[in-house]
Design a protein around this ligand. Structure first.
Ligand SMILES: [Zn+2]
Length: 466
């Protein structure tokens, strides 16, 4: 067998890893879109190193666009096979992929108009709604922890990994003529004791590991510290400075986590009298789906639901769906909290909130998750004093704060304890993906220290015979 790394190689987006058997059968692990890499993003997504028509199946770890976002493009380009994932991932993909098509159509139209491209030279979106509809027809739901035959020679088990609703590591039992090999693809590893999703389940030993490394050089604070940090930011910005607290957050996962945290703070009487807006139609839909799959949530949220309270709704909170209401918030002077997507701030409604609020020193922009260094979020987190938004140069007068402990990715300690059923002396090869180059190298050093002999950091397009 061979493994080819087609994305998330020395980067954190574009997750795509190809398993190729001796008889040329091919199965793709994830089909993610590159995001937040500036100008080259479109190129990377458009010029792939994989031929979709040659694939026999896609196995999808979770619904985040950097893992699922190119599926409709593959379908458009001729992939006709099944796409396996858990039930919650399928439910989420229905809204996530439609939203992705919508954003692309919008962005491409905007960019063509802005750059006065003629009809002949106009950019086209990677895919459109009808491609999403066709792709959704090809999804096949698998049950968690039940081995499923994918093609001759490959069986897959989806093992919940605590990252977001429906997310799973994918464990492959590969049976080739004379050899049996097990491969564990961790996908994005969640955290232990988080406020929303059940803890990751520890997967069994595998001969070959493909591991994520997003926070391979870092230890997170506890969730309690994160909740306190958000509360402090609210009191300081909204009550004392009378400004807006803008929180860029993934619509799926992070938004529900923050809303639940704020709900608890409110119940304890700690939240001042303020208005909180969740400004993201996608977050509204993702919240509905999260409630439908409450069995995947941890006991704390379950208790909430059992006592008939809504974990994601309380009096001070308003969900904003309509575009006009979002635009009103852009220009309103009311001190408030705005939670809006996207988390890296380089797309979605939050970009407009930042555009309008960044030159006002009363405001605070609070990042609660990972942002690509080249994205707007990455630049702000790095402390740049001037940024370009929608082609306009803006002075950074608002305060920039970061709370990393709410991350949906484990830190290096959590990632290593996730691998506790692995025997480093017996693992044949450990591939590190889904991390920035420096971080991956750091994490590779830690893994070698605990006994992993063959730790490899693949390049995009690199292939390994196993
Ligand atoms: Zn993810």
């Amino acid at each position: 067998m061979k493994i080819k790394f087609a994305g998330a190689a020395k980067t954190v987006t574009g997750s795509k890893h190809l398993i190729e058997l001796w008889d040329n059968k091919k199965v793709l692990l994830d089909c993610g879109m590159y995001q937040g890499l500036g100008k080259q993003t479109f190129e990377l997504n458009d010029n792939d190193v994989i031929e979709p028509t040659e694939l026999d199946a896609i196995l999808l770890s979770h619904a985040h666009i950097d893992h699922s976002g190119l599926i409709p493009k593959y379908v458009k380009d001729g992939f006709e096979g099944p796409i396996y994932c858990t039930k919650a991932t399928f439910a989420l993909c229905q809204i996530m992929l439609r939203d992705s098509a919508f954003i692309q159509e919008f962005d491409v139209r905007y960019s063509n108009k802005r750059n006065n491209r003629s009809e002949k030279d106009a950019y086209e979106p990677l895919y459109e709604q009808e491609d999403v509809s066709q792709a959704l027809e090809q999804f096949v739901i698998v049950e968690e922890n039940v081995q499923t035959a994918i093609i001759d020679g490959i069986k897959a088990t989806f093992i919940p990994n605590g990252h977001i609703l429906g997310s799973a590591a994918i464990y492959l039992d590969i049976d080739e003529i004379s050899e049996k090999t097990s491969v564990l693809f961790t996908a994005d590893i969640g955290r232990f004791n988080t406020s929303l999703i059940k803890d990751p389940e520890i997967p069994p030993f595998a001969d070959i590991l493909i591991c994520e490394s997003t926070y391979g050089d870092r230890l997170h604070d506890t969730t309690i510290d994160a909740e306190q940090a958000i509360l402090n930011a609210i009191i300081y910005t909204v009550k004392e400075k009378k400004g807006k607290l803008i929180i860029p957050a993934f619509s799926l996962g992070r938004t529900q986590e923050i809303v639940f945290a704020l709900n608890k703070l409110d119940l304890h009487g700690l939240l001042p009298e303020i208005k909180i807006y969740v400004d993201s139609p996608l977050a509204v839909d993702a919240t509905v789906i999260t409630k439908q799959f409450s069995y995947l949530l941890n006991s704390q949220v379950q208790r909430f639901i059992d006592s008939r309270s809504d974990p994601f709704g309380f009096e001070k909170l308003t969900y904003v769906k309509k575009k006009e209401d979002s635009q009103k918030l852009n220009t309103s002077k009311e001190p408030c909290v705005i939670i809006s997507a996207a988390g890296m701030a380089d797309a979605g409604r939050v970009k407009h909130h930042i555009f309008h609020g960044i030159e006002n020193a009363r405001n605070t922009i609070l990042f609660v998750g990972y942002a690509e260094p080249n994205s707007l979020g990455g630049k702000l987190q790095r402390g740049e004093k001037e940024v370009t938004i929608f082609g306009e140069s803006k002075r950074v007068e608002a305060e920039i704060k970061v709370v990393s402990s709410l991350s949906a990715h484990g830190d290096y300690k959590e990632m290593i304890s996730y691998l506790k059923n692995q025997d480093p002396s017996k693992v044949r090869k450990l591939f590190l993906v889904h991390g920035e180059e420096k971080v991956i190298e750091n994490y590779a050093g830690r893994l070698r220290k605990i006994g992993y002999r063959d730790v490899v950091i693949p390049e995009r397009g690199e292939s390994f015979e196993l």
